[in-house]
Ligand binder design. Structure first.
Ligand code: FAD
Ligand code: MEZ
Length: 570
């Protein structure tokens, strides 16, 4: 047999997997997945039964959130693909497997089928449609429900979480109870200043004010939903420690996304995967009337709704689009999930939305070319230094990303090494994941590490001794690094090769402080809202590390409340 369906047909007919001969009844493949589980057990059962123990990382026990459908990777009538291969290359021995590939499909293909679906009228009706299951969409779903609205949430990928599930370093917030507990003195006004300065002062000041003023409340809201945001660290461009994450420095995104996903499921949101929104529908006066959905298995159909929230994220994974706005990034790898292609932006544009700052696209300085994963800024925040092939530091490691990326690209081989000791490793749980992924060199001594990296050992030793001197004196007289958390003096020593990769699209749809989408005349499009990386204005020309999770929770929440209020009033 070529594919799983052939194999299963030997055991019975189509009814082994499907309810009827005409195929799947919904785009989540709910019945089909129940059939998988009824024979094979759940993902947890499967992981527990992995008799081979050959896999270092089980796909069934990773940072993926929610109940991952078996069919996200194991296909019926096509070759199975390991979804994780979009970022990693684990070389899974996938039965009936094929190569993971993603082609960008424009929103306006199959015009005839789209027109037919629109002529047929709505298949479903709800109060608020949310497009995208990342943090902004999930926060909006919870908040819309809190404000009395019925929600359908549509996600084009087979699983939830978008880029949010990958977020690592933290969520910025000022004047929080967790900062107070740790004796950190911060002010909303300092967060505003840092954000505006990092964004080269082209941010929308009204949006930045909301971001900073609501940030502490957003932490409290997440905590009330069950999140642990008690660890507070430093990100580039911040004047004080304000990046909140789970205890011990575990990754923030998968945790926040899981908490919001659980709350959204509990709120009764109707979540549909493999469901791409290709059009926002409007009446003759320009009021939103719903969306046109492309269901992967059920085809095009219309959902009627008075309010639509675009929470479709950015486009950093679509290098063609990235290079169109910033040719210097042509051919760069990306840190993003495979769905960050920007078709949500096309949908908003077609609905008349105005955009801003699209040419500002951020490269994250520390992406591992060995593992294909981003190495969190928190590693530097907790004390790692950046060293070139000659064994020297060359930049303030926690400067803003644009500056750190530019500095790395100027080094021999256009890459550098993050170097740290065991005390840094112990300070941040996330580092154990990198060790687990096999992207970290480990040396018993500095000399041993330098030998592995093909680096002059005496120079690396000199660099680390000098850096430790700066830590002791509290002043980095070489690069003016503002935070010097700990000496690098505890063996073993570690290094990760890193280089910049496309990370965040700062620009997007124009919104006001109520997350209402603005058209080219600066007027609101009635019933259309947007939040998160799909929008522009919050981050200006350069986003600060930790400000995106803050953005999506705060503005996702605002969008949900605004949309629910709009539905009630109209
Ligand atoms: P996403 O989470 O990307 O969700 C958007 C969703 O919309 C996706 O699932 C997508 O598939 C879906 N979608 C798109 N178009 C359509 C359509 N037409 N129809 C249906 N669905 C659609 N920020 C921080 O502040 N702190 C961090 O520590 C941090 N770490 C990061 C680490 C990594 C590796 C990455 C990639 C980003 C990180 N960021 C971090 C940035 C942050 O994670 C993102 O900016 C943020 O999560 C975006 O959230 P969102 O909800 O706007 O979009
Ligand atoms: O905000 C981010 O993108 C971030 C903090 C990423 C990271 O390095 O962890």
């Amino acid at each position: 047999p070529e594919v799983l369906a052939d194999f299963h047909q030997q055991m019975g007919d189509c009814a082994t997997c499907h309810v009827s001969k005409s195929g799947p009844t919904d785009d989540n493949l709910t019945h089909e997945n129940q059939q998988c589980v009824s024979c094979h057990g759940s993902l947890d059962d499967m992981a527990a039964q992995d008799a081979t123990k050959k896999l270092k990382v089980s796909p069934h026990k990773s940072h993926l959130i929610g109940d991952i459908a078996c069919t996200s990777c194991h296909k019926g009538h096509e070759k199975s693909v390991a979804y994780c291969d979009a970022c990693h290359s684990f070389g899974f021995d996938m039965p009936f497997g094929g190569k993971w590939e993603r082609k960008f499909v424009p929103i306006d293909v199959n015009k005839e089928a789209q027109d037919k679906a629109m002529a047929a009228g709505p298949r479903d009706t709800t109060d608020v449609v949310i497009v995208g299951s990342g943090g902004a969409g999930l926060a909006a779903a919870v908040s819309a429900h809190e404000n009395g609205a019925k929600v359908i949430l549509l996600e084009k990928e087979p699983l939830a979480g978008g880029n949010t599930k990958l977020a690592a370093g933290g969520m910025n917030a000022a004047e929080t109870k967790f900062q107070a507990k740790l004796g950190i003195k911060d002010k909303v006004s300092i967060m505003i200043d840092d954000t505006m300065k990092g964004g080269r002062n082209i941010n929308d000041p009204a949006l930045v004010k909301v971001l900073a003023e609501d940030s502490s409340d957003s932490i409290d809201w997440l905590t009330s939903l069950g999140a642990d945001m008690s660890d507070v660290g430093r990100m580039g461009g911040a004047s004080v420690n304000r990046s909140h994450r789970p205890t011990g420095g575990a990754g923030v995104g998968a945790h926040v996304a899981q908490v919001l996903y659980t709350a959204a499921v509990k709120s009764g949101a109707d979540m549909r995967f493999n469901s791409r929104v290709v059009r926002v529908l409007e009446d003759a006066s320009g009021n939103v009337t719903g969306v046109l959905v492309e269901g992967k298995y059920t085809g095009y159909y219309v959902i009627k709704a008075k309010a639509v929230i675009m929470a479709t994220g950015g486009f950093a994974k679509n290098n063609e689009r990235v290079a169109k706005y910033d040719p210097a990034l042509k051919g760069f790898a990306a840190t993003n999930h495979p769905g960050a292609t920007g078709d949500g932006l096309d949908v908003a544009l077609a609905a008349g939305a105005d955009t801003r700052d699209l040419k500002y696209i951020q490269a994250h300085p520390t992406w591992s070319p060995v593992g294909g994963v981003m190495v969190t800024e928190a590693v530097r925040g907790n004390g790692a230094i950046l060293v070139n092939r000659e064994g020297d530091r060359f930049v303030n490691e926690i400067t803003t990303r644009d500056k750190a990326s530019a500095a790395i690209l100027q080094q021999t081989g256009a890459s550098a090494f993050l170097v740290f000791d065991d005390s840094v490793r112990k300070s941040l749980k996330k580092i154990d994941n990198y060790i687990h992924l096999g992207i970290v060199n480990e040396g018993k001594t500095i000399q041993d590490l330098a030998t592995q990296l093909n680096m002059p050992a005496a120079e690396l030793e000199k660099t680390i001794v000098a850096y430790n001197g700066f830590v002791k004196s509290g002043k980095d007289s070489q690069f003016e690094r503002p935070n010097l958390p700990r000496e690098l003096a505890t063996a073993p020593y570690y290094a990760i090769e890193v280089k910049p990769a496309v990370h965040h699209s700062m620009g997007g749809v124009k919104i006001d402080t109520q997350a209402e989408v603005l058209n080219k005349d600066g007027k609101t499009i009635k019933g259309l809202f947007a939040a998160g990386e799909a929008t522009g204005g919050v981050h200006g020309a350069n986003r600060l590390g930790g400000n995106a999770i803050s953005d999506i929770v705060t503005f996702g929440r605002i969008a949900g409340a605004s949309a629910a209020k709009f539905v009630k009033a109209n």
